[in-house]
Design a protein around this ligand. Structure first.
Ligand SMILES: Cc1cc2nc3c(=O)[nH]c(=O)nc-3n(C[C@H](O)[C@H](O)[C@H](O)COP(=O)(O)OP(=O)(O)OC[C@H]3O[C@@H](n4cnc5c(N)ncnc54)[C@H](O)[C@@H]3O)c2cc1C
Length: 473
C-alpha cells in the first residue's frame, strides 16, 4: 500500500486494541506517544516531525501476535521499539500507526548451562544478560557501549557491534534462534539450540539486522562462552592517530593473540571524555590512545601476552604503556571510552554520530579525508571507535551554528559516505540504516541488490506494515 492508504486509528480501533492486550497496555497520551516516537538521533536532525498514534506494551508473544494480526487485517503500520537508543532513526514511526514497546517483555527465560545458551525476551537490557550469565560463570560477549540501556531485541535487530567484535563477532554471531511474529500475526521459531545448521537458507541471520522490517522478534536464544578468568586492559598513548592505527594489525600478526577489544580514541575525543567525566587520563596531550584488552584463564600466560604486546607497542612508536589489571582501573578506562558519544550529545546541540566501516588498512586515509571534509564545511570531528574491526565513529559537529546548519551537515555526510565507499567501506558497521541513511543506500547497494531487498521485504511483509519507510528508498 502507498503512504496514504494506511488506516488512521479511530476510537473503535483503540477499543479493539485495548480488548486484545488490556487497557493498561495501551498508551494514548500525546506526551508519551512523542517520547516513544524518536530514538537517540537528535530530534533537530529531522526536517519533519513524527508521531505514533498509539503505543502498545505487550506482555507476551500471544499479545504481539494478536496486535500484528489486527494491524495486518486493518492496514495499520507497526514500528517495533527497543530502548530507543538507536542512532539511525530505526524506531521512528514514519507513517504513524502503532509503536510496540517491549519494555514489559523483559524476562530471562532460561540459562542453559549444558547447551551454553540463554533464552530471553526482547525487552531484556543487554547488561542484564551479561549479569545473568556471569552468575553461572558464563559470558555473553555482546558489548555495545549502550549496553546498560539498550534492549537485546534492539541489538539483534541492528546486529549491534561494540567493543568485543574483534574476538567474538557482532551480536549476530551469538544468535542461535529467534521466535518471530510475522506480519500476518503467525508465530514461528527460526533456528534452535544448535551449533550448526544448513537445513535450508539461514533465515535466522536474515532477521538479524533487519531493523524490524521483516518480523517482530519475541524470543531470542543466545550463545554463551566460558567467563574469562582474568582481563587486563592496556592503555597506550601514541603521538598521532596514524601511528596508532598503523600498529593495529601488528597486534594480531606479530603479537600472535586476538585481543577481546582494540579501541581507538583520538585527542579531541579524549578531551571530551575528560570534560564530561570531570576526570583525567594519562598522556591526555597525546595525539591518540589505543585500548587493548586481553583475557584468559591462566594469569601467567596472560601476563606473558600483555608484556609481549606492551613491548610491541613501544617498538612501534607508543609513548608509554599503562596496564589496568584491576576492576577500578579498568572501570575508569572504559567509562572514558564509553562516554564519548554521550559527551558529544551533551556538549554539542548540532551533530551527527556516524559508524562508517572501512577495511582496517584504510582508516588513516579515512581520517585524512574526514579532516578535509571538516575544513570544507567548517566542522569539527572527534573520532573514536572499534579500530580492530575498521568501524570508526567519525562524528561531525558544529562549534558554531550557521543558519543553514542542517543543509551543511547533510552535504558533509554525503561527502563522508562517498569517501567511505571509495575506500571500500560502507555506511554503517553497527548502528544500521534506519531512516537516517536510507537515501544514501543507492550509493553502496546497486540497483539489483535494492530490487532483491524490496522483494525479500514483500515476501515477509506483503502489506508493507512492518516499520515502513526504512532501509531502502
Ligand atoms: C551512547 C550510545 C552508545 C552506543 N554504542 C553502541 C555500540 O557500541 N555499538 C552499537 O552497535 N550500537 C551502539 N549504539 C546504538 C544503539 O544502542 C544500538 O543500535 C542498539 O542495538 C539499539 O537498541 P535499542 O533497544 O535501543 O533499539 P531501538 O533504538 O529501540 O530500535 C532499533 C531498531 O530495532 C528494531 N527493533 C527493536 N526491537 C525489536 C524487536 N523486538 N523486533 C524487531 N525489531 C525490533 C526497531 O524497529 C529499530 O529499527 C549506541 C547508542 C548510544 C546512544
Amino acid at each position: 500500500v502507498g503512504i496514504n492508504d494506511y488506516t488512521r486509528l479511530n476510537g473503535e480501533h483503540i477499543k479493539d486494541l485495548q480488548k486484545l492486550i488490556g487497557d493498561s497496555n495501551v498508551a494514548l497520551d500525546e506526551e508519551k506517544r512523542e517520547a516513544y516516537s524518536y530514538d537517540e538521533v537528535a530530534r533537530t536532525y529531522w526536517e519533519e516531525d513524527y508521531l505514533a498514534e498509539v503505543v502498545l506494551f505487550p506482555e507476551t508473544s500471544a499479545h504481539v501476535s494478536s496486535i500484528l494480526k489486527y494491524a495486518y487485517d486493518n492496514y495499520i503500520p507497526v514500528t517495533p521499539r527497543g530502548a530507543g537508543t538507536g542512532l539511525s532513526g530505526g524506531a521512528i514511526p514514519v507513517e504513524g500507526g502503532i509503536v510496540i514497546s517491549f519494555e514489559k517483555m523483559n524476562r530471562i527465560i532460561e540459562v542453559d548451562q549444558k547447551n551454553l545458551s540463554i533464552t530471553v525476551e526482547p525487552g531484556v537490557v543487554t547488561a542484564e544478560i551479561t549479569r545473568a550469565a556471569r552468575e553461572v560463570d558464563l559470558f555473553y560477549a555482546g558489548d555495545p557501549c549502550s549496553g546498560d540501556a539498550s534492549f537485546i531485541g534492539g541489538n539483534v535487530s541492528e546486529n549491534a557491534g561494540g567493543n568485543k567484535v574483534v574476538k567474538y563477532g557482532a551480536t549476530g554471531a551469538s544468535v542461535m534462534a529467534l521466535e518471530v511474529v510475522l506480519a500476518d500475526g503467525s508465530v514461528h521459531w527460526f533456528g534452535g539450540k544448535r551449533r550448526k545448521d544448513v537445513t535450508g537458507y539461514d533465515l535466522v541471520h536474515l532477521f538479524v539486522g533487519s531493523e524490524g522490517t521483516l518480523g517482530v522478534i519475541t524470543k531470542i536464544i543466545l550463545k554463551l562462552v566460558p567467563l574469562p578468568g582474568k582481563v587486563v586492559d592496556l592503555l597506550v598513548p601514541f603521538p598521532d592517530s596514524e601511528t596508532a592505527i598503523d600498529f593495529v594489525p601488528r597486534i594480531i600478526i606479530e603479537g600472535k593473540v586476538i585481543p577481546s577489544s582494540i579501541e581507538f580514541i583520538d585527542h579531541n575525543s579524549l578531551i571530551l571524555a575528560e570534560r564530561y567525566l570531570n576526570n583525567t587520563l594519562p598522556y591526555d596531550d597525546a595525539g591518540a590512545h589505543l585500548i587493548i584488552e586481553l583475557e584468559g584463564s591462566d594469569p601467567e600466560r596472560l601476563a606473558d601476552e600483555y608484556e609481549r604486546i606492551g613491548d610491541l607497542c613501544m617498538e612501534n612508536g607508543a609513548l608509554e604503556v599503562f596496564v589496568a589489571d584491576n576492576r577500578t582501573m579498568r572501570d575508569k578506562l572504559w567509562k572514558a571510552r564509553k562516554c564519548i558519544a554521550e559527551a558529544i550529545m551533551a556538549f554539542y546541540p548540532r551533530y551527527s554520530l556516524e559508524d562508517i566501516v572501512v577495511p582496517t588498512d584504510k582508516i588513516p586515509e579515512l581520517l585524512k579525508g574526514t579532516e578535509m571534509i571538516c575544513e570544507k564545511y567548517g566542522l569539527k570531528s572527534p573520532n573514536f571507535g572499534h579500530v580492530g574491526d575498521g568501524n570508526v565513529h567519525v562524528n561531525l559537529l558544529f562549534e558554531e551554528e550557521p543558519a543553514n546548519w542542517r543543509q551543511i551537515l547533510y552535504a558533509a555526510l554525503d561527502d563522508l559516505y562517498k569517501l567511505t565507499y571509495g575506500l571500500g567501506g560502507t555506511l554503517s558497521g553497527e548502528h544500521g540504516i534506519g531512516l537516517k541513511r536510507k537515501k544514501n543506500t543507492p550509493l553502496v547497494l546497486d540497483e539489483k541488490i535494492i530490487e532483491i531487498t524490496k522483494k525479500i521485504k514483500s515476501v515477509f511483509d506483503p502489506r508493507n506494515i512492518l516499520n515502513p519507510g526504512k532501509i531502502v528508498p
